[in-house]
Design a protein around this ligand. Structure first.
Ligand code: ADP
Ligand code: ADP
Ligand code: ZN
Length: 219
């Protein structure tokens, strides 16, 4: 397998936005557990039924469900090109399970990149977020398509907002981030793979900073 990158950061930090650009720039594969869980909910599977109410309340889905979904995805051949984990791991249990899974493939985490942001700005970022059916992400204020209502990437006009992207649920998700996910920054610092990036600037500048880190570790 190629590189294994982790993007850490609270809701709204820019994980999805930057993961898609790293796919374009480096030919890596984005693995978003949030997207996988939303697909499970939409499919009506047993895992999806269990995840649905937890996600709507802004809590974390059980490690068991998330790990099962991620392991299935990691068994597919395209991950050999290298992966960007977006929204995973979110607990120390998930991080330890990832280390064990990678070890069975003779692999380890290449870099865990912490997108450092101010919490107060995240409510506005998440509340203004919407996504094209093709997966391209937008923002009412910070990332508008060139022609309003038409996707820059695919020309489509079918946009969606997530039910959990409201101010109240975002505050719950921020709490879950600080209680359960932020400790992973120290976890990866201890493994000497942590990189910190100021993610309060504009999208293009952050893309450049991440590009420099990824070029460095994939050389
Ligand atoms: P995450 O995946 O970490 O929750 P997203 O990448 O979906 O975050 O970004 C959240 C929202 O903020 C989206 O609407 C996105 O267009 C916008 N956004 C992403 N990065 C920035 C940035 N650096 N500055 C302003 N808005 C941003
Ligand atoms: P964001 O990027 O805005 O933080 P995600 O799409 O990553 O949102 O996640 C949406 C929701 O899906 C989370 O609030 C949580 O309920 C669930 N989820 C996603 N990834 C995980 C994970 N690794 N562990 C537990 N729950 C998860
Ligand atoms: Zn599109």
């Amino acid at each position: 397998m190629g590189v294994v990158l982790i993007l850490l950061g609270p809701p709204g930090a820019g994980k999805g936005t930057q993961a898609r650009m790293l796919e374009e720039d480096f030919g890596l594969i984005q693995l978003s557990t949030g997207d996988m869980l939303r697909a499970a909910v939409a499919s009506g599977s047993e895992a999806g039924r269990q995840a649905k109410s937890v996600m709507a309340a802004g809590g974390l889905v059980s490690d068991e469900i998330v790990l099962a979904i991620l392991q299935d995805r990691m068994a597919e051949p395209d991950v050999k090109r290298g992966i960007i984990l977006d929204g995973f791991p979110r607990t120390e249990g998930q991080a330890a399970a990832l280390d064990r899974l990678l070890a069975t493939k003779g692999q380890r985490v290449t870099a865990a990149i912490s997108l450092e942001v101010d919490d107060e700005a995240m409510v506005g970022r998440v509340s203004g977020r919407y996504t094209c059916a093709c997966g391209e992400g937008y923002h009412d204020e910070f990332k508008r398509p060139a022609v309003l209502g038409v996707c820059d990437k695919c020309g489509g006009t079918d946009f969606k907002r997530r039910a959990d992207d409201n101010a109240e649920t975002v505050r719950e998700r921020l709490k879950a981030y600080h209680a359960q996910t932020a400790p992973l920054i120290a976890y990866y610092e201890g493994k000497e793979v942590l990189e910190r990036v100021d993610a309060m600037g504009d999208i293009a500048a952050i893309r450049d900073d991440l590009g420099a880190i990824v070029s460095g570790v994939s050389a």
